[in-house]
Ligand binder design. Structure first.
Ligand code: CDP
Ligand code: CDP
Length: 224
């Protein structure tokens, strides 16, 4: 008899969290929730409305007036902001470069965490982000902290961009990733940190299949 569990995957940008969580969720028949997309959607709206991103009060008020919905689809998770599909818009360079400033606000995060907890309540869920094992799902049966060297993570993003026909500089990508890691790890409100009971998975030398299989093996142990 297998039980439906909660799986929390945290780690820095480009570690492979969403790719691997998506594959594992499909294999297990679980719901995949990309929490980064919610912070990105809020950042996108804040930029559109020219909100002061460094103002905790302004950003928190904005979130209270915002509906963010995540919907699974054959092409990955779709993101709706107040009913509008913003799945591509939230991946822009502008959003990527500003999202860590928005995500640093503690009172805004409290609301996000509450919403994310409700999404995961029924179990049978794989959620990825920065604070899932520490703040959103502290009782998750399986917690994984996924990482890889910053060079490898930048290389992956470079390849992603190339595939999408976007010209980018490897050095600039490496800098952007390192800065985001620093901001996410050093903020006061639920920083990016490995939960005490999380398993560390270094994906630098792993293929996507190898990393997904490692997660599936751990999950089957916890489901038994
Ligand atoms: O996919 P990528 O690694 O580029 O980032 P993401 O998962 O889309 O997250 C974007 C940003 O949202 C992160 O750099 C964090 O600043 C923030 N975030 C967060 O603070 N907490 C989460 N649970 C998820 C994302
Ligand atoms: O979600 P996160 O930011 O942690 O990373 P991702 O968006 O899932 O992965 C970034 C890129 O690295 C994707 O193009 C993946 O296909 C690739 N990847 C890889 O080459 N090898 C792995 N073991 C994991 C991911």
């Amino acid at each position: 008899m297998t039980k439906k569990i909660q799986i929390a995957i945290d780690g820095p940008a480009g570690a492979g969290k969403s790719t691997i969580a998506k594959i594992a969720a499909e294999k297990l028949g679980y719901t995949y929730i990309d929490t980064g997309a919610m912070y990105r959607a809020l950042t996108y709206k804040a930029l559109q409305h020219q909100i002061d991103l460094s103002s905790e009060e302004a950003v928190t008020t904005l979130l209270k007036q915002t509906v963010i919905e995540l919907q699974p689809s054959p092409n990955g998770q779709l993101v709706f902001l107040d009913g509008q599909n913003v799945s591509s818009e939230i991946r822009s360079n502008e959003v990527t470069s500003q999202v860590s400033t928005v995500a640093a606000h503690g009172t805004m995060r409290e609301i996000m965490v509450e919403r994310q907890y409700e999404m995961a309540e029924k179990g049978g869920v794989i959620m990825d982000g920065r604070d899932i094992g520490t703040a959103v799902l502290p009782n998750a049966e399986l917690k994984v902290f996924m990482s890889a060297t910053v060079e490898e993570r930048a290389r992956r993003r470079y390849e992603d961009n190339k595939q999408r026909g976007i010209d980018s500089s490897f050095e600039a990508l490496k800098e952007e990733i390192a800065l985001r890691d620093k901001m996410d790890s050093e903020r006061e409100a639920s920083p990016l940190v490995q939960a005490e009971d999380a398993i560390y998975l270094d994906t630098t030398e792993l293929s996507i299949d190898e990393a997904a299989n490692a997660i599936l093996k751990l999950a089957s142990e916890r489901m038994a």
